[in-house]
Design a protein. Structure first.
Length: 228
C-alpha cells in the first residue's frame, strides 16, 4: 500500500480542529459557571435545562469523541516526534531560543489536564447528568441533587484540598491553552511572520480569560466557605 496512514499535516489538522472545538466549549462552560456567582438560582436553571435532555446528551457524546480524537493524535504525534529525534534525544543540547517550556512539555501538561478532567467528571458529571441518565434508563439512582449544580459546587469547593487541586489544575490548563490556541491558528494556516505575535497574544488572552473564569468560581466558593 502506498499510503500507510494519515500524514503528519493531517494529524496536526485533526488536533487543531478538535482542540479548537474544545476551546469554544470551555469558553461556554466557563461563562456558564460565572452565573453560579452572579445568580445561583439561575445557574441551577441552566443545569436543569441541560440535564439529561437529548441535546445535552448529543453534545456530551460529541465532546467525548472530540476528546478521544485529540488524545489519540496527541500521543501519535508525540511518539512520531520522539522517534524522529533518534539519538539526539539522549544528547545534551542547549536551550532552543524561542521555544517555550509549555511547547516542549505539552504531552505531560496534557496528561495532567486529563487527570484533572477525570476529577472534575467525578465531582460533577457523575453526580449530575449521569444519575439522570441512569434514572431514565430505569436504573436506580439518586437524582435528589442532580440538577442542583450549586449544591455540588459548594460541597466540592468548601473542601480546601479540592480547591487547591483545582487551582493547580487550572494553571496547567492555562499552559495547555496558551500554547494550544496559537498552535491551532498555525495548523489551519492563520499564522504567519506578520500575525504570529498577534495570534500568540490573542491565544494568551483567551487562555487567561478561561482560566480566570473557572478559578473565580473556585475562589468565590472556597473563600465563602470560611466566611460562612
Amino acid at each position: 500500500m502506498g499510503n500507510k496512514g494519515l500524514s503528519s499535516i493531517t494529524k496536526k489538522l485533526i488536533m487543531a480542529i478538535t482542540g479548537g472545538a474544545m476551546v469554544f466549549f470551555l469558553l461556554f462552560h466557563a461563562s456558564m459557571n460565572l452565573v453560579a456567582i452572579i445568580k445561583p438560582s439561575g445557574y441551577n436553571k441552566i443545569c436543569e435545562f441541560l440535564g439529561a435532555n437529548w441535546y445535552a446528551l448529543v453534545a456530551t457524546v460529541g465532546l467525548a469523541a472530540l476528546m478521544v480524537f485529540h488524545l489519540i493524535y496527541a500521543f501519535v504525534l508525540s511518539l512520531q516526534n520522539y522517534r524522529a529525534r533518534g539519538k539526539q534525544r539522549y544528547a545534551v543540547v542547549e536551550k532552543q531560543e524561542g521555544v517555550s517550556w509549555a511547547s516542549k512539555n505539552m504531552l505531560v501538561i496534557g496528561v495532567i489536564v486529563l487527570l484533572g478532567l477525570g476529577l472534575h467528571l467525578f465531582n460533577f458529571w457523575a453526580k449530575m447528568q449521569l444519575p439522570e441518565v441512569l434514572h431514565k434508563l430505569g436504573i436506580e439512582a439518586d437524582i435528589t441533587y442532580a440538577a442542583d449544580g450549586v449544591h455540588h459546587i459548594v460541597n466540592t469547593f468548601s473542601c480546601s484540598v479540592y480547591s487547591i487541586i483545582y487551582l493547580v489544575w487550572l494553571v496547567f490548563l492555562w499552559f495547555h491553552l496558551d500554547h494550544g490556541i496559537a498552535s491551532v491558528m498555525q495548523s489551519i494556516g492563520w499564522s504567519n511572520h506578520v500575525w504570529q505575535k498577534r495570534i500568540e497574544c490573542l491565544g494568551r488572552f483567551f487562555a487567561i480569560l478561561i482560566a480566570l473564569m473557572f478559578a473565580s468560581v473556585v475562589l468565590y466558593y472556597w473563600i465563602g466557605s470560611f466566611i460562612g
